[in-house]
Design a binder for this molecule. Sequence first.
Ligand code: HEC
Ligand code: HEC
Length: 167
Amino acid sequence: MICYACLWLLVLALLSFNSRAEAVRPPTRFGDTLFQIFQHERCLNCHQFNSRRSNGKSYTSHRNRYLCENCHRPSLTGLPEGGWIAPNARMDYTGLNARETCELTKRNVGSGDKNALLHEHMLHDVRIRWALESGMTPGGRFPAVPGGYWTWKQAVEDWAKSGMPCD
Ligand code: HEC
Ligand code: HEC
């Protein structure tokens, strides 16, 4: 004969075990998934564009190219007008480790609530979106970041839930 009360107790025990396992889950770190995506060429090629230290494209193939959107036209990139721009050289994170990249990113993201600003930027910036889903250039389509926007968003939200720690 089946002991229903025993089964019920077993279910309760399993449930409480499960919620305890949830509670002790280690925090998501910047280095877990996000750092790897930051290292992708689609992100890095633009972030080192103006960097002499990294021999960025403004010092090589793009030495005499100024009016970016004459070639990187909005109809080609899918970005709004004025959207195709490269960051200042201080946003070049080439060669930095995960913690340093994370810290540099927070330093550069603007003043105010750093985590909120960064969270917003990561989810809604049009250039990030381009790197994750398009990769289209005047020289043809380069591979977008594997996993696309969904993987990225998931990683950003996991990190945000952990309080966006740099180490
Ligand atoms: C005369 C056309 C032309 C102009 C103007 C131009 N580009 Fe480019 N750009 C290209 C071509 C072609 C490629 C692909 C070949 C390469 O990577 O150099 C490219 C590639 C790039 C890449 C690399 C993309 C990747 O993910 O690998 C970046 C970043 C970039 N351009 C930024 C800029 C910026 C910023 C400007 C304005 C300062 C600019 N470009 C102006 C033609 C141009
Ligand atoms: C077409 C060039 C371009 C591409 C591609 C690009 N970025 Fe950026 N990124 C910029 C510019 C320009 C800024 C500064 C924007 C501003 O100040 O509003 C920036 C700012 C940022 C910031 C916030 C400022 C900071 O450094 O703290 C982060 C984080 C960032 N980018 C990450 C990425 C990641 C990750 C990718 C790839 C998935 C990427 N970017 C692809 C141009 C680019």
